[in-house]
Design a protein around this ligand. Structure first.
Ligand code: 0O2
Length: 214
């Protein structure tokens, strides 16, 4: 990582920008913890298996800016790189991930900028995940900053697949042989079938529990 690659084009320093993005991650994490605790209290159930969050490294930021034809400046990174702050939410079932997305989107201080549903429309690679780009307000001593955070919500199975695909891509430096790509697509389809079967099984079992209580 070499933050010196990023030209400081205004008074805002790299450290200040990263501090603001780190605060935005914390704000989203707190929201998710509250939702999960409340869900556990009301339904005796956790929709969220676990959460991973990260700040993009400066070298990845510079790479993304250059790839998209932008000069590496702090202004450009704030404007053009949407995933400087990223949160990945892993759920057991697809129903949980849509519930979590809805709960977040309905919070009045969160502005949803865009939504990409790669579950309803998977990428050609087989990638499935629900992406939301949001803005969260961060209250600083002298101003309020509205900070972009990319939220990826997926099931355990989707996450397992994405990690393997990422590893394979890295190993082949992007030039994955066709037969491996095809097998990955097959894995993604089977994984989606498994998600659907487990969701339906879970719903069936929940129904039995409800009938017993009546
Ligand atoms: P990393 O290393 O994961 O942080 P944008 O992010 O807006 O510039 P794009 O393509 O419009 O670019 O965004 P999109 O499609 O919403 O995807 C962004 C992120 O989703 C990627 O981040 C990955 O994390 C994940 N992703 C998208 N497609 C795939 C895929 O085919 N396989 C895997 N494993 N992950 C994928 P980055 O930028 O790649 O970086």
């Amino acid at each position: 990582m070499d933050k010196r690659n990023i030209r400081n084009s205004d008074a805002t320093s790299w450290e200040e920008v990263i501090l603001i993005y780190t605060s935005a991650l914390k704000a989203i994490e707190t929201k998710l913890e509250i939702l999960n605790n409340e869900f556990q209290h009301v339904h005796s159930y956790n929709p969220i298996e676990h959460i991973k969050s990260r700040i993009k490294t400066s070298s990845s930021i510079v790479k993304k800016l250059k790839k998209n034809g932008h000069e590496a400046t702090i202004e450009n990174m704030v404007e053009h790189v949407n995933d400087i702050a990223g949160v990945r939410i892993i759920c057991s079932f697809t129903s949980d991930l849509y519930a979590v997305a809805e709960m977040l989107a309905s919070q009045s201080d969160l502005e949803v900028i865009s939504v990409k549903d790669y579950i309803k429309s998977p990428k050609p690679s087989g990638y499935r995940s629900f992406h939301m780009l949001v803005r969260v307000p961060i209250y600083l001593s002298n101003r309020i900053e509205s900070v972009k955070v990319e939220i990826q919500i997926r099931t355990v199975a989707m996450d397992f697949w994405a990690s393997l695909e990422h590893k394979i891509n890295y190993k082949f430096e992007g030039n994955v042989p066709e037969h491996v790509r095809n097998e990955l697509i097959e894995c993604a389809d089977k994984s989606a079938e498994l998600d659907a079967m487990m969701l339906s099984l879970n719903e069936e079992v929940n129904q039995i529990k409800v009938e017993k209580q009546e």
